[in-house]
Design a protein around this ligand. Structure first.
Ligand code: ADE
Length: 294
């Protein structure tokens, strides 16, 4: 997978040379290049932003600098949009961000070409489903906004050029720029690449993974008793079926307590008898397509 990142702080991404992502780069699984947006400016001040049209606080990133950069990285010729009425703008083309719709959770991005991704606090939430989908792409290009964000015509223009453009928020809070958000998305995506993790099974068992996503059960290691606190007996029993059931019930209980929205999204047809019993004991009705609180 080839990953380009455009930022006014490309040094920020030096951390990507560490840890597992660093190893994945050495192994040739992924090639990450961070570019400085200011390299595509022509003025003495290397300016990338300007005041907002229509007034307001802060500065907005200029489309001309971004387009020179993105055209080069996407190998596109500059074009002029003749009829702007029929092209999607970013708001229309946002997906619903519905992380519970897992029907096509493991499909490739809509086009086989590069995927252009802009972190944006006013976009749909980035989910595990998006990470899975993007892990199948050959080329990801992240554009980090700063200040009050980037000119809205940038994603609009590249969509009109047939590029798969995504805008994602990583959470309901505002950061100073897209760099942290890109690091988060990049880690979530690249760790899903085959050969990236030492133990592929650990991905399968994680929270937010699979059809019927639940929060993960608690984990313990040795010693069996530490500072007076014992690990649950069943985990020491050696009875794998019992251990699996205990963990599954714990995942259901934890999800019920912390993320009931994930319980509501479960597909009842995929729950086994014991799951249903646990959910019913937690106050859920499980006879319809999805659980409903009684
Ligand atoms: N830029 C600033 N805040 C952000 C957020 N929460 N998610 C993505 N990009 C951002």
């Amino acid at each position: 997978m080839k990953i380009d990142i455009v930022s006014v702080f490309p040094e920020y991404f030096e951390v990507l040379n560490l840890s597992l992502l660093g190893k994945a780069q050495s192994k040739g699984l992924v090639e990450v290049t961070a570019h400085n947006l200011r390299d595509w400016t022509h003025d003495v001040h290397h300016s990338v932003d300007d005041t907002p049209v229509g007034g307001g606080a802060g500065m907005v990133m200029k489309p001309e600098v971004w387009s020179e950069c993105l055209d080069e990285l996407l190998q596109l010729e500059p074009a002029v949009i003749e009829n702007t009425e029929n092209i999607e703008d970013s708001a229309d083309s946002f997906d619903t961000g519905d992380s519970c719709d897992t029907a096509d959770s493991d499909t490739a991005p809509s086009s086989a070409g590069p995927v252009l991704i802009f972190p944006n606090p006013s976009a749909p939430l980035f989910t595990q489903q998006d990470a899975t989908e993007l892990s199948h792409a050959d080329h990801l290009l992240f554009g980090c906004g700063r200040y009050e964000g980037y000119d809205a015509r940038i994603p609009q223009y590249y969509r009109a050029q047939g590029i798969d453009v995504r805008e994602y928020s990583i959470g309901d809070y505002v950061l100073n720029g897209g760099e942290v958000a890109v690091s988060v998305m990049l880690e979530a995506i690249t760790r899903l690449l085959p050969g990236f993790m030492g133990n592929a099974a650990s991905i399968v068992e994680e929270s937010y993974t699979g059809d019927n996503a639940l929060l993960e059960h608690r984990q313990y290691t040795k010693p069996a008793e530490w500072r007076g606190i014992k690990v649950p007996d069943v985990l020491l029993s050696g009875n794998h079926a019992k251990v699996d059931r205990f963990r599954r019930d714990e995942a259901l209980e934890k999800t019920n307590e912390l993320r009931p929205d994930l319980i509501e999204a479960l597909d009842c047809a995929k729950l086994d008898k014991a799951d249903r019993k646990t959910l019913m004991a937690l106050g859920w009705e499980v006879s319809a397509a999805h659980p409903r609180k009684r």
